[in-house]
Design a protein around this ligand. Structure first.
Ligand code: ADP
Length: 328
């Protein structure tokens, strides 16, 4: 069946993925493959704007690739590759930067936030991040980019940049990508307050063993007002209940919803049930991952092949771009 267009998305190589990545991004990536030609990029160059050391970059890329493949990214149809393997993106970045107004970049909320986060390392790459991101998207003539709320200004910036470029060089070679607003589920960390993420160490890695998973689940914060097992709880404000709704059967969810409110089930029991269901749900993924991990050369081959396919598209776009600019 003909696909509806090309989707592009990039993610920094953050290593082993956590439940937030899995539910908030990876599952969407997997689903999009049914309807679109997908180009998924591990943006190692972007990562250089914030990392203090690059010693984990290769391992993190490997681990993330394993997670994505085991979760259902299909490398025969989807182009899965590493950003730096396609140097054309740096070239397009340079050309796009000439039609980018400095003030637009300094105004972006994401830039301001980074300045706050790393005041001692406000590097040029950080400022140019959205330009490089735009280059990556348009290089592959992407029609659709799945975006969450935080990335929406970047996509709008990309669209404006495309218009500026096409106008300046009186061309139509670059395509304005459309945002696909996916309902992003915000997965909370073990603390039940902050967004799950590695930096806060409030996460559960999907590749963990069942034992590690259960240990982490036991650390989860439930309804803070519920001090003792004999107190009634409120599932509506309990993160464990939220996760039950994702991973447990409806009957069990209904049972907990009733029993928690009348202290018929304790938090420990509730968490152990969640851990068991989560482990059961992730078992096929973990088995597949172990199988893939046993063959690191195969992973490298996939990224290599993805790089080749990405470069072919990228070079074609660059031929048109150089022509449009009338480079000598
Ligand atoms: P990046 O810089 O590439 O966004 P992250 O690791 O922060 O790196 O996120 C990768 C993807 O996972 C993004 O699409 C992000 O929205 C999603 N994600 C990360 N943490 C969560 C979370 N706690 N809940 C939902 N989605 C999340």
């Amino acid at each position: 069946m003909a696909k509806k267009g090309r989707v592009f998305s990039g993610a920094r190589p953050t290593g082993r993925q956590h439940l937030g990545n899995y539910l908030g991004a990876i599952q969407n990536y997997v689903a999009l493959q049914d309807d679109y030609d997908c180009v998924y990029c591990i943006v190692d160059v972007h990562a250089l704007t914030t990392v203090e050391t690059t010693q984990d970059l290769r391992q993190n890329t490997f681990e993330m690739t394993l997670d994505w493949l085991a979760a259902g990214i299909r490398p025969e149809e989807t182009i899965l590759f590493v950003q730096s393997h396609v140097p054309q993106v740096m070239e397009l970045h340079a050309y796009l930067s000439m039609v980018t107004q400095f003030g637009k970049l300094t105004d972006l909320p994401t830039f301001k936030e980074k300045v706050r986060q790393q005041p001692d390392n406000v590097n040029y790459g950080l400022l140019g991040y959205p330009v490089l991101m735009a280059a990556g998207i348009v290089l592959y003539k992407s029609d659709i980019v799945p975006v969450g709320i935080d990335q929406a200004p970047h996509l709008e910036f990309t669209r404006e940049l495309v218009r500026s470029f096409n106008h300046r060089y009186n061309t139509k070679v670059l395509i304005e990508p459309q945002a696909k607003h996916t309902e992003i589920l915000k997965v909370l960390g073990l603390d039940g307050k902050e967004k799950m993420g590695k930096s806060l160490n409030n996460h559960i890695e999907i590749a963990s063993t069942p034992e590690e998973t259960t240990k982490r689940v036991r650390e989860m914060v439930t309804d803070p007002a519920r001090q003792r097992k004999t107190d009634a709880g409120n599932p509506d404000i309990c993160n464990v209940f939220t996760m039950h709704k994702i991973f447990s059967a409806q009957e069990e969810v209904d049972m907990i919803n009733v029993e928690c409110r009348r202290a018929g089930i304790g938090c420990v029991d509730c968490k152990l049930r969640y851990a068991a269901n989560l482990n059961k749900n992730l078992a096929p993924f973990r088995a597949k991952r172990a199988e893939l991990a046993a063959n690191p050369n195969y992973i490298q081959d996939i990224l290599h092949d993805g790089g080749n396919r990405a470069r072919a598209i990228a070079e074609q776009t660059m031929i048109e771009v150089r022509e449009a600019i009338q480079l000598p």
